[in-house]
Structures are given as C-alpha cells and as structure tokens.
Design a protein around this ligand. Structure first.
Ligand SMILES: Cc1cc2nc3c(=O)[nH]c(=O)nc-3n(C[C@H](O)[C@H](O)[C@H](O)COP(=O)(O)OP(=O)(O)OC[C@H]3O[C@@H](n4cnc5c(N)ncnc54)[C@H](O)[C@@H]3O)c2cc1C
Length: 416
C-alpha cells in the first residue's frame, strides 16, 4: 500500500472540505487526506449558476481555502483522482490510477452527478449541465455567441441559469415536464410566483411537456423538440433535471444504500469506520416524519460534515438544526426554513404581487416550514417558531401585522 491516512475523505467538495476544516481547526492529531475527482481544491458551487455565471465573481473567490493552505493547515489533497473501489475489511480504497490508499476512517463525501437527459441529441455540442466549475466555464465561454437558450428542467439550478441568460439579453425558454416549476421543492403558490417572475422577464415558461429530442446540425445543437412535437430553436441548451448520488463504490462494498448511502445521526454508514455526508447521504432526519431524507444543499453538507467530524473527534452532538436553503433569481431572494415533506395547510403572509411575502406551512396546526420571498424578517423569525412547535391559528399567521416571533410557544404543542 502506498499511503495511509487516519482520516481519508473522498470528495473535495462542500462536505469534504467541512469535515477536513473541522478536524484541522480542532487540532486533530492524525493524518488527513482528501481525494477529489476534480482538478481544483474544494470550492463552493452555488455561484456557478448565479454570480459566477453572470461574471460577477472570479473562480478564485469560490475556493474555501487557497490551494496552498490545505497542506499548510495539515491536510493532503490528492486532486484529479477518483476512488473506484472500497475494501471495508482491509480499510483500503483503490483509485482510478490503480493506486491504493489505506485509511483508519473513511468519509464518503462524493456528492452526485447531474442526471443525464435520456433523449437523442443530448450529447451535441452546446448542451450543458451545471455541476462543476468546468461545466460552468464551458457554458460561460459559449454565452457571448449564444442568442437563444432552452433550459430543460424547472428546478432551482435551471431557473437560476434562465435568470442569468435573460439578464444577459438572450431569448430564453424553460421547459418543465411537471405542471409547475420547482414541483419537488415548494408549494403551487410559490411555483406560480416564480413562473410569473420569469415570464415578466420575457422568459417563455412551458409546463407539462417533456423533451423528445435535442436537434442539431454538424454535431452542434440547433433546437429542442418537445413531446407534443413543438420545435424550439436554440443555440444553447442547459439540462437541469436532477442529481444522481455518487455511491457506486460503497454499494459494491456492501453499504446500506436506499436513496444515497444510509447514515445514522452520527454520520455512520453500515460499514465499519465508514462515514458519509452531503448530497450523497440519506439520513435519519428528525425534522420530518419520513424515516430518511436526502437533501442537496450547502446547509446540509456543512451540518453533516460537522456531525462526522464531531463523531471522529469524540465530541458531543448538539440537536440537529432545522434545514434551510436559498436561491437568487433576478431581484428575488428566496429563502426557506424547514423541510417541506408534507403539510396540510399553507398560509400566505403579505401580498405576492408586491414581491415580498411568505408562505407558512402547517401540519396538524404546527408550523413545519416557511418559504420567504424577499422577506428577511419572516426568515429570521421562522426558525424559532418551527423549533417551538407551537400550535397556531392559520388566520393569525396570515396577518402580516403579527410577527412570527409572537407566535413562538413557551411549550411545544405535544407537551401538555
Ligand atoms: C450550480 C449549483 C447551484 C447550487 N446552488 C445552491 C444554493 O443556492 N443553495 C444551496 O443550499 N445549495 C446549492 N447547491 C447545492 C450545493 O452546492 C450542494 O448541496 C453541495 O455542494 C453538496 O456538497 P457535497 O460535498 O455533498 O458535494 P459536492 O460539493 O458536489 O462535492 C463532491 C465532490 O466529490 C467528488 N467526487 C465524486 N465522486 C468521487 C470519487 N469517487 N472519488 C473522488 N472524488 C469524487 C466530486 O467531483 C466533487 O468534487 C447548488 C449546486 C449547484 C451545482
């Protein structure tokens, strides 16, 4: 075996960087290695479909630590290297270059890859995904010469890209197979708000139709044919139809994997000394009534990275915080607190036509999540309200003159 690390982190992304950072900052005495398939040190992805795509920030600004800091701080980076096999008995991983690395503890933080669109023409030049800095650079390089963009998939990444294209003066169409945008992330009312916002920026939002084919000439994209036969011309296509967790080596090694790799509240997988965090981890989420949840967000990657590091360091675990998420499109600052995995009542606070409002989601009279649109005050107060598990009256919640903090219960609803 060529090299051994007390903690070996697979995946030099948000969660991997968090685990390493927590260990280094705590003065962890062992050796730490980070293996990353990309050629660059850990960086943040959210700007790739926002300010980086619009040219407002540089690639250097995305790095969590300058390239030379990792080694100086005590972690060895092995970049451009993919782990293809895990031997949990021998505590060894094998890389794509057939190199073997030993570990005391293995942290799987390999994220996911963009789901490919299974239609003819998806491999034409001019068809893009936005997952990595390399993807974003390829897309940016085409922007000056592109005039007509089709975005396939009305999720957050696709809509953020659509907003950037519209702001750049391009003709933009968004095609979403479901009957509303952001169908898995929010309520119909917020979906409609985003559809209106995009249409007001001259984006053609097409709902309820899939894509049958991406058409091209001489290997380059020329358009998109919808499932109803409609043809839309395009010189640039962005596909944003979801993420597939990168877990194959763990599956092969025998880890329990349902939707991603299953982890417990300490970040442990079913394999001895193997942990997981971030987009690839399916965890026991105490904030939902589902047995397991897999979240794709910075907050989740940071929090799970912290949890794994604390387990390795032998530290206590504080109660897991409520998940949150954000997205920026045009002048809309969308922030959500909580997980929307099932509500029976939704309450609108404020006037959506003003662009500043919130939607509060209740289950059995208790607030489980709050979507806020340009509403910093409600966002700031939502966490305490969800945490308190107060029983609330929808009519009271609907009154924007009542602050969410005034509804916080001294005792949760289930305590007599
Ligand atoms: C364009 C874009 C915009 C986003 N916007 C937001 C936002 O506004 N708000 C928000 O909360 N979240 C946002 N996200 C999501 C957020 O960035 C992710 O949830 C977060 O990066 C997950 O961190 P991770 O460490 O699990 O995975 P990643 O950050 O993806 O890191 C995983 C790393 O592992 C590497 N890897 C994979 N397989 C292997 C292997 N076998 N061996 C070695 N290395 C491997 C990958 O190459 C990658 O570098 C966005 C994501 C994207 C792509």
């Amino acid at each position: 075996m060529s090299q051994h690390y007390d903690v070996l982190i697979v995946g030099a992304g948000q969660a991997g960087a968090q685990v390493a950072g927590e260990l280094l900052d705590a003065g962890y005495p062992g050796t730490v290695g980070i293996v990353g398939a990309e050629d660059i040190p850990p960086y943040e992805r959210p700007p790739l479909s926002k300010r980086y795509l619009s040219g407002e920030v540089s690639a250097d600004a995305l790095l969590f630590r300058a390239a030379d800091r990792w080694a100086a701080d005590g972690a060895e980076l092995l970049l451009g290297t993919e782990v293809v096999e895990v031997d949990p008995t021998a505590h060894v991983v094998t890389t794509s270059g057939d190199y073997q690395l030993g570990y005391g503890r293995l942290v799987w933080a390999a994220g996911g890859h963009a789901r490919a669109l299974p239609v003819p023409g998806a491999d034409l030049t001019g068809v893009h995904y936005v997952r990595t800095l390399e993807d974003a650079d390829r897309l940016k390089a085409q922007l000056p010469s592109a005039q007509r963009a089709v975005v396939i998939g009305g999720g957050f990444i696709g809509l953020e890209a659509a907003a950037a294209f519209a702001k750049a003066g391009m003709e933009v169409t968004v095609v979403e197979a479901m009957d509303r945008l952001l169908g898995r992330a929010t309520s119909p009312m917020v979906s409609e708000f985003f559809a209106q916002a995009h249409r007001s920026h001259k984006v053609d939002v097409i709902l309820g139709h899939g894509v049958a084919e991406i058409t091209g000439a001489e290997g380059t994209v020329r358009g998109v044919t919808l499932s109803n036969g409609r043809e839309i011309s395009a010189d640039l296509v962005v596909v944003g139809v979801g993420l597939v967790p990168n877990i194959e080596p763990l599956v092969q090694a025998g880890a329990a994997c349902t939707n991603g790799v299953d982890v417990d509240e300490f970040g442990r997988t079913a394999l001895p000394d193997v942990f997981a965090a971030g987009d690839c981890a399916n965890f026991a989420n105490t904030h939902t009534r589902q047995a397991r949840t897999r979240l794709e967000s910075v907050q989740n990657a940071v929090e799970q990275g912290r949890t794994v590091a604390r387990t390795i360091l032998g530290l206590e675990h504080p109660a897991p915080p409520i998940p949150w998420f954000w997205s920026n499109q045009y002048d809309i600052k969308f922030k959500t607190m909580g997980v929307l995995t099932g509500y029976d009542t939704s309450v609108v606070r404020g006037d959506p036509s003003s662009g500043r409002f919130s939607v509060v989601y209740l289950l059995d009279g208790v607030v489980i999540a709050v979507d806020t649109l340009n509403n910093v005050r409600d966002y700031a107060q939502a966490k305490a309200l969800i945490n308190s598990q107060a029983l609330v009256e929808p009519a009271v919640v609907a009154d924007p003159a009542v602050q969410l903090k005034d509804l916080v219960a001294k005792k949760p609803a289930h305590v007599a």
